[in-house]
Design a protein around this ligand. Structure first.
Ligand code: MRU
Length: 352
């Protein structure tokens, strides 16, 4: 394994609280906040203090421990404690609808609760340990994704990415940017083009910040520029993350990803998804079943608190779109690179 040494740690369980980088402050401040209650965790996920599919999964898992610590103070019977905690867990899953890693990680905590034979204090300890295990596994999985992905990065490549699927969207290292980090460790002549990613500008505010912090050459472009650079032959491949992948490989990711995938197909640029298996939702057959989050009007009408349009104009603000599987050259996972037909390769990956 050729590993890049990134020091970015997005979220960590520390002293009975969840410590996370506040991503609403980027790029002006890099500051940690401690989340100490279940409701504050729900709000941190909804308001995107923590964001990115794997990171909100871990945040959700931590949130269940925080709820458990609060319920412990109420002196409930063990049975009532468990039933109230399971209710809180289901509530936590509603904090954001699209990224399936949130539901996946909360379900992992629900299994701990349901299978435990311990008293209340013991259940809480098991939940904490499981949260820490999920954190550590996330970094290991990303490094495996990075390793597999680096194999398909051409020498000296320019890699286009959209949104932020980096260390700051995971516990550390990243999925799409994990591929970049592992490739860069082997070949420091590669570089990244980062799409700005309107409306919330995760590409500009987060991807450029984390890549430049790690010294990886990065060029920021606005979302409409990708076809221009593909036509000029300046993009060798696209790697993006995912929020939910259906059983047939259709992939939901940040709004604008679909446009990049269409442009890549037209210009014969390979378009890859990098994601852990926990992002694959085999309970849904196609991307049509993925719930797309609708976000606030202000994300579109304002930049940095300043209005940028006629105040009364109509707004629609879907947070994600779905890229059909036929536009995807491969899905880079911790079990290897899945290729079409995805229905079979996904099933095979879960059997490995
Ligand atoms: O709305 P966000 O910032 O949570 O959206 C993030 C993305 O779309 C990422 O590309 C995706 O979650 C993958 S993160 C490894």
């Amino acid at each position: 394994m050729t590993e890049f040494n990134s020091k970015i740690r997005t979220i960590q369980w520390v002293d009975n609280c969840s410590r996370m980088v506040d991503q609403t402050l980027f790029p002006y401040e890099y500051k940690y906040v401690d989340i100490t209650t279940g409701q504050d965790m729900f709000d941190a996920i909804r308001n995107m203090i923590v964001r990115g599919a794997p990171a909100i999964g871990i945040a959700g898992a931590h949130g269940i421990v925080l709820y458990a610590l609060e319920l412990q103070k109420e002196q409930f019977s063990r049975e009532d404690f468990i039933s109230k905690l399971l209710e809180k867990a289901d509530y936590m899953k509603t904090s954001r609808p699209t990224a399936v890693n949130l539901m996946w990680a909360v379900e992992k905590q629900k299994e701990v609760i349901k299978n435990s034979k311990s008293d209340i204090a013991g259940i809480i300890e098991e939940l904490k340990q499981n949260g820490i295990k999920l954190e550590n596994e996330d970094i290991e999985i990303n490094k495996k994704i990075g390793d597999y992905g680096a194999e398909v990065v051409p020498k000296g490549a320019t890699i286009l990415t959209h949104c932020n699927a980096g260390a700051l969207a995971t516990v550390g290292y990243g999925t799409a940017l994990g591929v970049v980090r592992s490739a860069y460790a082997k070949d420091n002549t590669i570089q990244v083009f980062a799409d700005e990613t309107r409306p919330r500008q995760q590409g500009a505010r987060i991807t450029t910040l984390e890549l430049t912090m790690d010294g990886i050459p990065t060029t920021l472009i606005t979302d409409g520029m990708c076809s221009y650079f593909m036509k000029k032959g300046m993009i060798d491949m696209v790697v993006v993350g995912a929020d939910r992948i259906a059983a047939n490989g259709d992939t939901a990711n940040k709004i604008g990803t679909y446009t990049v995938a269409i442009a890549a197909k037209y210009h014969n640029v390979p378009f890859y998804i990098a994601a852990p298996l926990s992002t694959i939702d085999t309970s849904i057959k196609t991307g049509d079943e993925i719930i797309i989050e609708e976000r606030s009007r202000e994300e579109v009408t304002h930049i940095n608190g300043k209005i940028i349009c006629a105040p009364e104009v109509n707004i629609i603000n879907p947070g994600f779109d779905v890229t059909p599987n036929e536009l995807i050259a491969g899905i880079i996972t911790e079990k290897g690179i899945l290729r079409p037909d995805y229905k079979s390769s996904i099933q095979e990956a879960f059997r490995k």
